[in-house]
Design a protein. Structure first.
Length: 96
């Protein structure tokens, strides 16, 4: 299922991770793990935020996706099912 990951990292933890090189390693590891179709990085809600759209095969992937962000970045994480325009068109055509 196409899924949107939104991870907002704690500012103080993120600052330290930036200084010691952990931040780039965590992001690179997440990119390698998820192979996102899209990835964006922006300051949202006052903190470093990562937005990635990826294919979640099974809910059992949740710990592998979230735990490093929780532990390393003290991140606030949201995962939401999302659609692209083709998915929406297909879904709307199925509504009777």
């Amino acid at each position: 299922m196409r899924t949107l990951l939104r991870a907002r990292m704690d500012t103080h933890v993120g600052n330290e991770a930036y200084r010691n090189g952990t931040l780039s390693k965590v992001v690179e590891g997440l990119m390698q793990q998820l192979h996102p179709e899209a990835a964006y990085f922006a300051p949202l809600d006052g903190g470093r935020t990562c937005l990635m759209v990826f294919d979640m095969q099974d809910s059992s992937q949740l710990p592998a996706i979230c735990e490093q962000l929780f532990l390393e970045m003290e991140a606030e994480i949201e995962l939401s099912p999302v659609m692209n325009a083709d998915d929406l068109k297909k879904g709307l055509a199925a509504v009777k």
